[in-house]
Design a protein around this ligand. Structure first.
Ligand code: GRF
Length: 187
């Protein structure tokens, strides 16, 4: 199964996937990383593995779809990608794009709900159980069919940072499992 990862930041989820690939627990080809930032940590991680990195901006956005098609991508994984995916890609890859989100959707999702904003809103609201969601990407932010969720308790003294860290640990142990389910079709 040929995969493309879309990233914007440090890339810890992407790293966790590379580890699972190296350990032999996950059998996929990582053909491409699309990054929305020139300085994303994930770009370096990819280049160290000799994976092509395409840094997207407003001018070259239309080049992504031909690139995905030329690399025969089967599954697109949004691992901390903060930009909206162009509709033409969603249409061409219907049900073949997944996203990981650090809350129990449909709560605390949608436009602007990324990174620390999510955990800050969760704590301010007094929510006792948060977690993570892996879902299919459609035309609306954080809206598609839910494939996987894991609950994480919000502790009385949690800050957005401590909660984010505990959820991230669970993200690293979750995303590869969903990708593995997809990959079974290609074995
Ligand atoms: C993760 O919390 C993920 O759920 C969210 O963005 C963050 C990405 O972190 N969509 P990283 O770049 O994988 O470390």
């Amino acid at each position: 199964m040929n995969c493309a990862f879309f990233v914007s930041g440090r890339g810890s989820n992407f790293s966790a996937i590379l580890e699972k690939k190296k350990s032999g627990e996950l059998n996929i080809n990582i053909e491409l990383v699309v990054s929305s930032s020139q300085n994303a940590g994930a770009n370096e991680i990819a280049r160290d593995e000799n994976i092509d990195v395409f840094v997207v901006n407003n001018e070259n956005q239309s080049e992504i779809l031909p690139l995905l098609l030329s690399k025969k991508i089967d599954l697109i994984i949004l691992a901390g990608f903060i930009k909206k995916i162009p509709d033409e890609i969603i249409i061409a890859f219907r049900d073949k794009i997944i996203n990981i989100h650090p809350s129990l959707l449909p709560a605390f999702g949608g436009k602007g709900m990324f990174g620390e904003n999510v955990h800050k809103a969760v704590i301010e609201r007094g929510v006792k159980i948060s977690g993570l969601t892996i879902h299919i990407v459609d035309e609306e932010y954080d809206n598609g069919k839910i494939l996987f969720q894991k609950a994480v308790e919000v502790l009385p003294n949690d800050t957005p940072q401590t909660l984010a860290k505990r959820i991230l640990t669970q993200e690293h142990d979750s995303l590869w499992r969903v990708i593995k389910e997809f990959s079974k079709k290609y074995e």
